[in-house]
Design a protein around this ligand. Structure first.
Ligand code: MN
Length: 206
């Protein structure tokens, strides 16, 4: 059974950027529902149950036809939210990565400001529900990609480093239709230590 990871911060700790009510509903209702539906879809497939959720989502198109959609949507929703909540954290005085990740951002996007601008534009411009990601390919090159619904970059052989959930449930209570304000606020509650750790782990493997 896939469980929700415990968050290492409280629902109110991202205030005022992401409000407590949104965080609580997002985690205990939306994320939990993806986990429940993923578990229930896999009940009839005991041979899949010992795989990591990320592996199933990465290779959903190689599974038998009757389970593909459930793994893509519910497995994707479960895995994407696990990741999203893991890279959030209370606002720190210093906002942004340092060290090797900042150097890579400057190398691949031109500057920190250009990265923020491009990521924000991609998140704001994504039509409908989905996710905006900072990813690395297997050569360590950084890219910004978007995915629709609960699709994951893992299915495109890309390694997630950062993501912004732009489904309306992630921001509508506080920001209503103002997705741009939510995306701007999102940049204040990124756990850059964790994002940097993910990048450094990846670089050691390339
Ligand atoms: Mn969500």
């Amino acid at each position: 059974m896939y469980q929700l990871p415990i968050l290492n911060y409280g629902y109110a700790d991202l205030e005022p950027f992401i409000d407590e009510a949104t965080m609580k509903i997002h985690h205990t209702k939306h994320h939990q529902t993806y986990a429940d539906k993923f578990n229930s879809a896999l009940e009839a497939y005991p041979d899949l149950a010992n795989k990591k959720a990320e592996e199933l989502v990465a290779d959903w198109s190689k599974l038998s036809n009757d389970i593909q959609t459930a793994v893509r949507n519910f497995g994707g929703g479960y895995v994407n939210h696990n990741f999203f909540f893991s890279i959030l954290g209370p606002k720190k005085s210093e906002v942004g990565p340092d060290g090797s990740l900042m150097i890579a951002i400057e190398r691949d996007f031109g500057s920190w400001e250009k990265f923020v601008e491009k990521f924000s534009a991609s998140a704001i411009g994504l039509f409908g529900s989905g996710w905006c990601w900072l990813v690395a390919d297997f050569a360590g090159q950084l890219k910004i990609v978007t995915t629709v619904n609960q699709d994951s970059p893992l299915s495109q052989n890309l390694i997630p480093l950062l993501t912004c959930d732009v489904w309306e449930h992630a921001y509508y209570l506080k920001y209503q239709n103002k997705r741009a304000d939510y995306v701007s606020a999102f940049f204040s509650v990124i756990n850059w230590e964790e994002v940097t750790r993910l990048y450094q782990t990846l670089i050691l493997k390339t």
